[in-house]
Design a binder for this molecule. Sequence first.
Ligand SMILES: Nc1nc2c(c(=O)[nH]1)N[C@H]1C(S)=C(S)[C@@H](COP(=O)(O)O)O[C@H]1N2
Ligand SMILES: [Mo]
Length: 322
Amino acid sequence: MRDWMKLAGISPDEITDKAVFEKRRQLMRASVAAGVGGFIGGGVTSASAAPLSGDIIKTDWTTDEEHTSFDAATSYNNFYELGTAKEDPKRHARRLKTEPWSVRVEGACEKPGTYTLEDILKPHAIEERVYRLRCVEAWSMVIPWNGFALADLLKRFEPTSAAKYVAFETVVQDDLPGVRRNVLDWPYREGLRIDEAMHPLSFMAIGMYGEHMPNQNGAPIRLVVPWKYGYKSIKSVVTIRFQEETPETSWNLSQPSEYGFFSNVNPDRSHPRWSQAKERRLAGDSGGLSALFTPKIDTRFMNGYAEEVAGLYAGMDLQKFH
Ligand SMILES: Nc1nc2c(c(=O)[nH]1)N[C@H]1C(S)=C(S)[C@@H](COP(=O)(O)O)O[C@H]1N2
Ligand SMILES: [Mo]
């Protein structure tokens, strides 16, 4: 079985200053080798980085916490189709083909079909949501996403009463380095219970920091579910399926004993191999690797969104249904 902590080259629980230093050196070397300009000093970070057009509506979904810099959020990524090292997604970003793009909508709904990206986007006003993103590996970021409520998208397809869950899949492009190496059983799959999907916090993002979604962050359209571990926030979505059964999810398929279906952030439920009580925040508004990790901070129940979402799990044993 795959040990993704090892693959990622980082062990949050045992991380030492030296390891952080080594990681920074590797990242710096990677960005120099890729010829994309420095992380420090802010070079172009993605082939697709370009400002979103039109107004972006500010919302109350925000936080006073310091935002992670654009450079850090687009240089330290998990996107296994593009490789398993944190710098791989940026390095290989140009290999992901995002045009043309369409999303296939299937299953228990009145309006199934293949929708072009344009069809998908047309009716939606674009909002900003500043959310915490907490990776199961015990690091986190604060990211201003641009997009629209997942519920507003799903309602357009008129799910039927058989739609108890929503399943999502990422594009499979055979020539991507991680896809070729079969590091997971592709396509990358995720899913939500229908009430989770319809919760106003669940978000479809088409951009971040006012820019079109960089390829390494899941262009052209991805899910963001801020109270769950980051792996639920599936990138580069091409399939949405309404179904009666609990969807298969990639990390659960890969290591069922370690990754459950719900994956709500929970500082009181350890991963079998490390504690989830604390995290390191990638902060900093000046870019720069020197600002990459803060010392450990406390992880919050449901990633700090319990007031909004804890009701979805009333009466459930969260140790069992993790
Ligand atoms: N298709 C796909 N989606 C994915 C992943 C992936 O490997 N493939 N990684 C997940 C994980 S583990 C995290 S933490 C987030 C990271 O999102 P970011 O790179 O935009 O911060 O994406 C998630 N979505
Ligand atoms: Mo993650």
